[in-house]
Design a protein around this ligand. Structure first.
Ligand code: GAP
Length: 456
């Protein structure tokens, strides 16, 4: 009997990369293709058919991601002398996840098609039929999203450890370590960037919902009673940050959680949402987590996690305002926001209008022609700028083609070395967005660029 085309043979969970929904959105499809072609993002383990919900960042992607993380780190730690950085381990004591509520509560309702055996999140499937083949669905059951593994030379199910599903607990369990080893007093924060893992039932929309991703999060510990004021301050600051890395304000909005949407640990929660081609979606959460985490870790560890308040002359458990952004989702919002197809002279160009602060390549150095000593001068400029920024040298093809290449990867400035350079040591600098050119002294290029790409 032939295969039923409406009921495909079930692929193993790790092989359903091709089920990704991006093909429903032309802009997403073009962006995914550009990311692959130009070396921003590739499917993980692609030569083996891919691994669902996992992606690799290519040469340009890793630069973009590093720049994004550096902007976040500067904004959260360097700009605040009451926020300390931290980098905690991915594997943590199993009791951590009991205290945090993840061991029992970090679940999604899962249904399975009785016919094609595909599994879906209950809320993403139609009430009773399979969206793939129309078959009957099982009753929903709770599925824990934490990846389980084993520590040491034992594969006994009695001793599992988990890949952290979020980075927040590393900061809570180190509350006292940071307090005692720094000279901070309330209010103060702990910031961290790191990988998190969730065995999502339906990963999709490219890097929007993946199974391995990075978070950039900060826990701000405050005196009970002051949480309302701090929640507002952090909301304002976080929204301003997304705009500071170049995201258009009209594409960002707040989504306040309704009581039934609130995570178990939060008394109030607001999501920063971005308008993706597939709708308004969360890229960051700003939450009032009350004293839930410290109180629970105190209870489960048996260690006192309090702060001595000099004024009140008493020990208290601080409240926490959390800002938790997805690095990959923020990066996707930056790419989507930057992607344009627009006329340039007689042709159309594809341009990534990324903010110069996060653009992977800051400048391209182009000799106008491959003779008359221009390549040598261009090489010398490249060598000098390479000490400070990621720059590219390119002497192939016409200068127009070279501009297009750089437009497509979001390089904000193209520096052209021409005959005049030999006379007066100036170059032209072309602005990616306006396509206007200005002459700049070659010796000033480092400072000229620095003024425009620095995140302050
Ligand atoms: N500590 C709170 C916390 O983890 P969350 O809303 O579950 O809250 C924070 O996650 C951020 O992490 C989200 O706003 C999102 O940007 C990112 N994120 C969550 N799940 C993700 C996934 N499966 N793939 C990519 N990013 C994800």
């Amino acid at each position: 009997m032939g295969a039923n085309p409406r009921c495909p043979t079930r692929l193993p969970a790790w092989r359903n990369t091709l089920n990704d929904k991006v093909t429903a959105y032309p802009v997403m499809e073009k962006l995914v293709a550009l990311c692959k072609r130009r070396g921003f993002i590739y499917p993980s383990s692609e030569i083996y058919g891919g691994l669902s919900g996992c992606y690799d960042y290519g040469p340009l992607g890793v630069e973009l991601k590093n720049n994004l993380k550096a902007c976040w780190w500067r904004a959260m730690t360097c700009h605040h002398d009451n926020i300390e950085g931290l980098d905690t381990s991915i594997l943590m004591h199993p009791r951590v996840w009991e205290a945090s509520g993840h061991a029992v509560g970090f679940t999604e309702p899962l249904v399975e098609c009785r016919k094609c055996r595909q599994r879906f999140r209950a809320d993403s499937a139609a009430a009773t039929v399979c969206p793939q083949c129309g078959g009957d669905l099982t009753e929903p059951r709770r599925f824990n999203l934490m990846f389980k593994t084993f520590m040491g030379p034992s594969d006994s199910p009695a001793s599992p450890v988990y890949l952290r599903p979020e980075i927040a607990p590393g900061m809570f369990v180190n509350f006292l370590n940071v307090l005692n080893s720094s000279r901070q007093k309330l209010p103060f924060g702990i910031a961290q960037i790191g990988k998190a893992f969730r065995n999502e039932i339906t990963p999709g929309n490219f890097i929007f919902r993946s199974r391995e991703f990075e978070q950039m999060a900060m826990q701000f510990f405050v005196l009970p009673g002051s949480e309302g004021e701090w929640l507002e301050r952090w909301r304002t600051e976080r929204m301003a940050w997304h705009q500071a890395i170049g995201i258009r304000a009209e594409k960002l909005r707040w989504h306040p959680h309704r009581p039934e949407e609130l995570p178990h640990y939060a008394a109030a929660a607001f999501d920063v949402q971005y308008e993706f081609p597939f709708g308004w979606q969360e890229i960051e959460g700003v939450h009032h987590r009350t004293d839930f985490d410290l109180a629970r870790h105190q209870e489960y560890s048996g260690k006192r996690l309090t702060y001595y308040d000099e004024e009140r002359k008493s020990h208290l458990v601080p409240h926490v305002i959390e800002t938790a952004a997805g690095c990959d989702r923020t990066l996707l919002s930056a790419l989507v926001d930057a992607y344009r197809e627009e006329p340039a002279g007689d042709e159309m160009r594809v341009v990534l209008r990324l903010s110069p602060k996060i653009a992977p390549v800051k400048a391209a150095v182009l000799p106008l022609v491959r003779k008359d000593g221009l390549p040598e001068i261009a090489h010398a400029i490249t060598q000098d700028l390479m000490r400070w920024f990621r720059v590219e040298y390119d002497e192939t093809a016409s200068v127009g083609k070279r501009y297009r290449r750089q437009d497509e990867i979001g390089t904000p400035y193209c520096i052209t070395v021409d005959a005049e350079t030999r006379v007066n040591q100036t170059v032209t600098v072309r602005d990616r967005d306006t396509m206007q050119q200005e002459r700049v002294a070659a010796g000033q290029l480092r400072f000229w660029l620095d003024d425009r790409i620095r995140f302050d």
